[in-house]
Design a binder for this molecule. Structure first.
Ligand SMILES: *Cc1c(COP(=O)(O)O)cnc(C)c1O
Length: 462
């Protein structure tokens, strides 16, 4: 097994994603060596609660031997064949049928990818090709949202609304625009109700459409709940109004279900929880619970018809519909369904986590906007909850807090100054209690630290 002092060796040759690799070379990394259920174990044998399900993906939890068995069998029988040239194979057909079974009636087609970013890029090419195929080639602009996350390829990073990502590599590319996110706590006017704010935020889309011209716009894309943006849960009025606007102006509606899909919110898809029906869903992560890389773009009949009229769609990946990944994803969906995992999130663990998350964090003064939906949850670190005053240098305090969680062997994540969690969907009520009792200890430590820092600052000011 790898020893702790080997952790610098780990970064000798490997450039890590979303990391300051210079820092990593100095300080090393934490080495994860095995995992079971909701726990991961590092090279010192420390047991760590994975409150993030890996990267929002290990929905069925770690250590499912059945998936390993199925992967081995598929590798022995047919490790690879492509689906480009008039060919297919049983594993991808089975998975497609399963996906059609769990989606609403008007969804009958799937395009396969290897990741969320590839699903997003596929969707971007697909919606433009769709409009060209039905005789409206001027409809090219795709509208996303500030603080949305849609992956890290040039297309995905452009469509996402992360300014730190746009700063690198000359993004966004042409014909991508953004509207503001539906974050009630951060953006509502004084005395504005959640419902009113939800409508006003959705109307930002209509204003954008009117200013650019609907004849130039291909699609609006949003995560039902923004994940990497900090688990931003829009008011209930938001998505139905967005759908209404898209229908009225003849604009395709895309739900980026890479996090929300496959049970995260207590239904198969986030759009079912948030109350709307999209034309296209981009998915990945929970599709295989992260056991192998695979993504899928789910396409409704209207868009499929247009695409079929357009002849060949010049797009695809060597590993689109990879047999081993498809076989594992199929079994993952069966486990989610047969073991009633999603239903339990809806009826039991989701409501329980909501209650306990509120109870645990409402006692701390530097916390505001405590929120959950299914097994996605978050809160925001603030200097003053009532006046909505944030800490200076948004994100610094979040990392400070996140590191206290890490030190206590609990993985939560900081997205700016939003602290978020999304544990594996198989987490039990007892495990939720254990997780939150550690979290409370961490927040006490954080509160003391901030008390000191802030009083120190006042001393200096005087
Ligand atoms: C993670 C994520 C992506 C990108 O997926 P990758 O597999 O990392 O390429 C896209 N959209 C959303 C909503 C995501 O959370």
């Amino acid at each position: 097994m790898t020893k702790k002092n080997d952790t610098k060796h780990a970064v000798k040759h490997h450039l890590h994603p979303f990391s300051d690799n210079g820092q990593l070379k100095k300080n090393g990394v934490r080495m994860m060596v095995k995992a079971k259920g909701i726990y991961v174990y590092d090279s010192d044998g420390t047991e760590i609660i994975d409150g993030m399900a890996g990267l929002w993906c290990v929905n069925i939890g770690y250590g499912r031997k059945k998936l390993a068995k199925i992967a081995k069998k598929q590798m022995e029988v047919l490790p690879f064949y492509n689906t480009f040239f008039k060919t297919s194979h049983p594993a991808v057909i089975k998975l497609s049928e399963k996906l059609i079974e769990i989606t609403p009636d008007e969804f009958n087609h799937v395009f396969y990818t290897n990741s969320g970013s590839e699903s997003i890029d596929t969707m971007m090419r697909m919606v433009r090709h769709y409009w060209a195929s039905v005789g409206q080639p001027s409809k090219k602009i795709i509208i996303g949202r500030w603080n949305g996350y849609h992956g890290s390829t040039i297309g995905g990073a452009s469509l996402g609304g992360m300014k730190s990502m746009h700063q690198q590599g000359d993004l966004p590319i042409a014909n991508i625009v953004h509207i503001e996110q539906p974050w009630y706590y951060g953006l509502a006017n004084d005395n504005e109700s959640e419902e009113e704010f939800g409508i006003r935020a959705a109307n930002w889309l209509e204003e954008k459409i009117l200013s650019l011209g609907a004849d130039k716009i291909a699609a609006f894309v949003g995560e039902p709940i923004q994940g990497a943006g900090g688990v931003i849960i829009p008011p209930a009025s938001y998505w139905p109004r967005i759908e209404e606007i898209c229908r009225k102006h003849n604009i395709l509606l895309v739900s980026d279900e890479v996090i929300c899909g496959y049970g995260r919110t207590g239904k198969w898809f986030g759009f079912q929880t948030l109350g709307f029906t999209p034309d296209i869903c981009t998915t990945a992560k929970g599709l295989s619970s992260g056991y192998l890389p695979i993504g899928a773009v789910l396409v409704n009949d209207k868009v499929t018809e247009g695409l079929l009229a357009g002849g060949e769609f010049n797009h695809g990946f060597t590993y689109s519909g990879h047999p081993v990944a498809a076989a594992v994803a199929y079994e993952n969906l069966n486990i989610l369904a047969d073991k009633n995992i999603i239903e339990k999130v809806y009826t039991k663990t989701g409501p329980y986590l909501r209650k306990r998350w509120q109870e645990t964090f409402s006692q701390f003064k530097y916390i505001a906007d405590i929120r959950t939906e299914g097994l996605m949850c978050g809160f925001t670190l603030v200097k003053n909850r009532e006046t909505r005053e944030f800490f200076e240098d948004f994100g610094t305090t979040g990392l400070l807090c996140r590191d206290i969680f890490f030190k206590n062997n609990l993985i939560f994540r900081a997205c700016g100054d939003h602290i978020v969690a999304a544990p594996p969907l198989i987490i039990s009520k007892k495990e939720i209690d254990i997780m939150l009792s550690i979290a409370a200890t961490c927040m006490r430590e954080f509160e003391e630290l901030m008390d000191q820092k802030l009083s120190h600052n006042t001393d200096n000011a005087v």
